[in-house]
Every structure is written in C-alpha cells, then in structure tokens.
Design a protein around this ligand. Structure first.
Ligand code: NAD
Length: 252
C-alpha cells in the first residue's frame, strides 16, 4: 500500500509533545516531510530526531506562533529545506485557566495571540506559499469542545477556540478557489490537559467510549482531514470527543 502523504510537506505547530507530537509522527509515517514547530527547541528537536530515527523526514523549527516574524521565518526555512508546503496543522495553543475577574489584559492578549491570531497568521503565510506554487493544500485548525461551551475556569481560551471554528469556515471559503481545503477538529480531554505533560489516569471520563482520549485518536482524525481520503470535506468541524457532546447535560 502506498503512503497517504508521499512527497508532501507538512507543518505541525506545537508538535513538541502530546497531541502535536503524535500528529507529526503519524504524518511522517505516512510519508510527509514534517516541520516540527515548537517554542521549545529541545522538544521540537527530540520529536524530529525520533521521526528521523524511525526512517522518516523531519526538522525541528523554533517558532513562537504568537509572533508574526517567527512564523514568516519558519515558513521561509521550510521552503528552503523542502521547496514547498502542502499541509498545515495549527495545533499550538495555551489556556488561561482563569475566571474573567482574575485574568489580566496581558494574559488575555497572550492567550488570544497564540491560540487564535497565531493560527490565522500561520495559515495566511502557509496558504500564500501554497498558492505561489499552485499546491492543492490542506489546513487543519485544532479547536476544542471549549470553543462551543462556556467554562468556569477559562475565558480567553474558550473565546479563542470558538473563534477557531468560525475562522475555519471563512478560510475554507476564501481558500476554496485555490484548491486548499480547511477544516477544524474538536477534541475533548485528550491525554494530559493543555499546558501540562502529565497524564492523570484518574481524570474523570464522561463519554460514550468509556476511556480516555489519546493523542493518537486526534492524529488519526487529522490524518484523514489532510489526506485525499477527505477530498469532499471542507469547512467542517470534526468532533473527536468520544461522543461526550452528544449527551444532554443532566439527562439520564
Ligand atoms: N489536551 C486536551 O485535552 C485538549 C482538549 C481539547 C483541545 N486541545 C487542543 O489540542 C491542541 C494540543 O493540545 P495539547 O494538550 O497537546 O497541548 P500541550 O500544552 O501539551 O502542548 C502544546 C505544545 O505547544 C507548544 N507551544 C506552546 N506555546 C507555543 C507557542 N507560542 N508557539 C509554538 N509552540 C508553542 C508547547 O511547547 C507544547 O510543546 C491545542 O490546540 C489544544 O487547545 C487539547
């Protein structure tokens, strides 16, 4: 069987651990050369080294997705390395974990800069690079169930993730004439919580699968959305939440 992403170049942001790491490794396993983007050089290089050791193609790129100059430099570096870009997975995010009375304006701005504006700017520069080379590309923006529901202990993050969902629809429309498909994924409680690297096996599980969500679950959904298998799927949100969102709160 041929690899689904042979000769493709994929960018995965926040790929230094957890969900992004599994996405980067699965896309590489399917033949893509993967730009492993992270703020943390050690993490980015380790994931890239793992991919190379497994026989794949990868390179770590240090980039703060909250800074446009970093994004421009990363896209330039990727073109210099592999010549073009086919796939972007906007995965990097931070959560404020704050009540609205406690979050500072600086924390609000930083949360939105990384979690909403960063994906917009990355998509803008990656899509321009695709259009310049006439590439039929695919972009996946990682949202969250927190983008559809309110939470007591997050406000900047829920706002940003809600924005990701509708930004994805506008991007899908604006990039459709260029043969670039844009979709989002909507995870819920996958592996360790955002911003943490430790998995609590006692973390309460409420879903229809009666198990914890794993980074591999997200990676498989994202592989579908960036491969030709999803050629007729555009502007949609794929929920990867074990079915928790199908449950009416308080129902029995
Ligand atoms: N973990 C979950 O349960 C869950 C649930 C819903 C949605 N999500 C979403 O999935 C994605 C990945 O979540 P995760 O739990 O794997 O996150 P994580 O916090 O474990 O890892 C994020 C990675 O992004 C990097 N990063 C942080 N800020 C960055 C920046 N400014 N520039 C570049 N890299 C940066 C970090 O160094 C880290 O390696 C996020 O978009 C998150 O919102 C996660």
């Amino acid at each position: 069987m041929t690899a689904k992403l042979a000769n493709k170049v994929a960018i995965v942001t926040g790929a230094g651990r957890n969900i992004g790491e599994d996405v980067a490794k699965l896309l590489a396993l399917e033949g893509a050369a993967v730009a492993v983007i992270d703020l943390d050089k050690g993490r980015a290089d380790k994931v890239a080294d793992d991919i190379i050791a497994a026989g794949g193609k990868a390179k770590g790129f240090v980039c703060d997705v909250g800074k446009e100059e970093d994004i421009i430099a990363a896209v330039k570096g990727i073109i210099a390395e592999w010549g073009h870009v086919d796939i972007l997975v906007n995965n990097a995010a931070i959560s404020d974990n704050k009540h609205m009375f406690d979050i500072t304006t600086e924390e609000w701005n930083r949360t939105l800069a990384i979690t909403l504006t960063g994906p917009f700017i990355f998509a803008k520069h990656a899509a321009k690079a695709m259009v310049e080379k006439g590439i039929a590309g695919a972009i996946v923006n990682v949202s969250s169930t927190s983008g559809y529901y309110g939470r007591d202990r997050a406000i900047g993050y829920t706002t940003a993730k809600g924005g990701i969902v509708n930004m994805t629809r506008s991007m899908a429309i604006q990039l459709a004439p260029h043969n670039i498909r844009v979709n989002s994924v909507v995870p819920n409680k996958i592996g360790s919580p955002v911003g943490r690297d430790t998995f609590n096996p006692d973390r309460k599980v409420v879903n229809l699968r009666n198990r914890h969500g794993l980074p591999a679950d997200l990676a498989k959904a994202i592989l579908f959305l960036v491969s030709d298998d999803s050629d007729f799927v555009a502007g949609t949100a794929l929920w990867v939440d074990g079915g928790v969102s199908a449950i009416m709160p308080g129902s029995d």
